[in-house]
Design a protein around this ligand. Structure first.
Ligand SMILES: [Zn+2]
Length: 549
């Protein structure tokens, strides 16, 4: 997800309702498969729905459970006609955002049951219905983060993944895109067309979507075995492929070679209204219509495609750890830059991101990357989660080594693909590959607010042939444990020598042996540390405790 500018800076889009969501989980049920039959028309915004919801009963004695589905308020919302099981009607109560269903008897543990919910209404959000930039009507599913319940009866939480299908009947002038593969398209002979898509890989609720518009569809062939498609408005039939195709091709190649196989059955890049930025629906990524131009949208496309691996296939179990999605997409976009555009572009991106962290921390005092029991979904994203989350991955790579980092990433993807995960599980995988405890590292960078500020000086002691460096951490609060690089620049054409130190005290002295006085000594010459640092040359050798690197 790259939100529109407003959301990017911590404000909420006017069109999203402010839903409070300490989500109550239901350990007794597990969603297995959803089939949504939806009927759309051009004369009203009414949606007619028939949802078949297959659940597995995970505990004994479950006689009531609920699906998330918004009721009608202020003329928008969903009204339920009936709920049935094998053709027999069931008792239900539809109140607030819950459709509570009562069973005559508890199914056996592990039993699968498919419930049918018939309903209709005008979506208050979740399915955006309106005019696109060319004044043409479109229908766009935008469920982030918990708006699926506004038009689809579901277990609307990222922790319960299921497969799904959409069977959409709409006026025949529209093309319909959704997750997975298109399995049927039928002209009904009455001016309507029915399009059937099926996603056979389990995904979280908000990653389900449909896009309905007068699309031009461009089939770009396969990349690494993945069918690549562009769905742009018919007026953008040339601009759509120019915007999406080249960066998509490069992203699929780079990520599948470095992380593991692409997780889904196709990749469609879809031009969408009702949103800015991008939204990483599984296998059908939506992009704000303003991003469709004559030029490739490389950063945006790489970010959303990175999410297919991290965010979509490997998904945080809880919104508190949304950094596992956004921090990853942010850093993997930088890695894409490193791979295709080289180290200078990569470092420039890291430095921009670091400056961003420092200014965001001023605006979001006391905030860490991991939420503490998020109560209101309007707070789910802030740019700190993206930038500091991404930087945490970069520092992790610096700490354990690039090869170990990629080995760990591949293993993490292999273990948690199509499942949910936690920061602790990710840490455990990286500890195995890094060969060390990382609890202090994850706690320090993800739960603590702020960043280290280092002030220091260096001088050369000609008598003992040593550079003497005196460093102090001046940020408020506890001392950070900081592995750091010191660059020793001999001057002339000689390459900078890099020494590794680890700072563990508020004030610390380090010595580096070198035969002649250096031209310059620099802190973090290779941009591995999220620090604000200043190292100046002192007039004379400082005195104090000595620590060898
Ligand atoms: Zn994102």
């Amino acid at each position: 997800m790259i939100p529109s500018i407003q959301l990017f800076f911590g404000l909420l889009l006017g069109l999203s309702p402010r839903v409070t969501d300490p989500y109550t989980r239901q350990p007794g049920i597990d969603a297995i498969h959803y089939a949504f039959e939806l009927s759309l028309n051009d004369s009203t915004d009414q949606v007619e729905g028939r949802a078949s919801v297959a659940l597995r009963f995970a505990k004994p004695g479950v006689t009531t459970f609920w699906l998330d589905l918004a009721t009608v308020t202020a003329e928008k919302g969903m009204a339920v006609v009936d709920v049935s099981l094998d053709g027999a009607p069931l008792k239900f109560v539809h109140a607030g955002e819950r459709l509570t269903i009562t069973l005559p008897a508890a199914p056996a543990v592990d039993a699968h049951r498919t419930f049918v919910v018939r309903y209709h209404g005008i979506p208050a959000s979740g399915l955006w219905i309106g005019k696109n930039k060319f004044g043409e009507r479109v229908f766009m599913g935008l469920n982030w983060p918990n708006l699926a319940r506004q038009w689809l009866p579901m277990v609307d939480h990222p922790s319960d993944k299921a497969t799904s299908e959409f069977i959409v009947t709409a006026p025949a002038k529209y093309q319909v895109v959704a997750n997975g593969l298109r399995v049927d398209e039928t002209d009904l002979g009455d001016g309507r067309r029915r399009t059937h898509w099926r996603q056979s890989v389990p995904i979280s609720s908000w990653l389900n979507t449909i896009g309905v518009a007068q699309f031009s569809v461009h089939y770009a062939g396969t990349v690494k075995g993945v069918q690549l498609e562009t769905w742009a408005y018919h007026q953008d039939s040339l601009r759509g492929p120019l915007t999406f195709e080249e960066p998509a091709r490069r992203a699929i190649e780079f990520f599948s070679e470095h992380i593991g196989p692409y997780p889904y059955e196709k990749l469609a890049n879809v031009e969408s209204a009702g949103m800015g930025g991008g939204t990483e629906h599984a296998s059908a990524i939506f992009y704000g219509q303003a991003s469709v131009t004559d030029a490739p949208a490389s950063g945006l496309v790489a970010h959303e495609i990175a999410h297919q691996w991290f965010g979509d296939a490997v998904t945080e179990s809880d919104w508190d750890e949304v950094w596992l999605s956004e921090g990853f997409a942010t850093y993997f976009t930088l890695l894409y830059t490193e791979h295709y555009d080289g180290r200078d572009a990569f470092v420039a991106g890291l430095q921009r991101s670091r400056d961003n962290v420092f200014s965001l921390e001023k605006r979001l005092p006391g905030k860490g990357v991991i939420h503490e029991n998020l109560v209101d979904m309007k707070d789910v994203l802030n740019n700190l989660i993206y930038q500091k989350g991404g930087w945490t991955l970069h520092m992790l790579r610096g700490l354990i080594g690039t090869e170990q980092f990629w080995d760990g990433i591949r293993d993490y993807y292999r273990q948690y693909r199509d499942r949910n995960t936690t920061t602790a599980e990710f840490r455990h995988v990286m500890e195995t590959h890094g060969g060390r405890d990382l609890k202090w590292f994850f706690d320090q960078w993800l739960t603590r607010a702020g960043h280290p500020v280092i002030e220091g000086s260096w001088s050369y002691d000609a008598a003992s042939k040593k550079i003497v460096i005196q460093l102090s951490q001046t940020q408020p609060g506890n001392t950070y444990r900081l592995p750091l690089e010191i660059g020793v620049d001999a001057g002339g054409a000689v390459a900078t020598k890099v020494e590794k130190i680890e700072m563990t005290q508020k004030t610390q002295r380090f010595e580096i042996a070198t035969d002649k006085a250096p031209a310059a000594v620099r802190l973090d010459p290779n941009t591995w540390a999220l620090i604000e640092g200043k190292l100046t040359q002192a007039a004379s050798v400082p005195t104090g405790g000595s620590t060898r690197p």
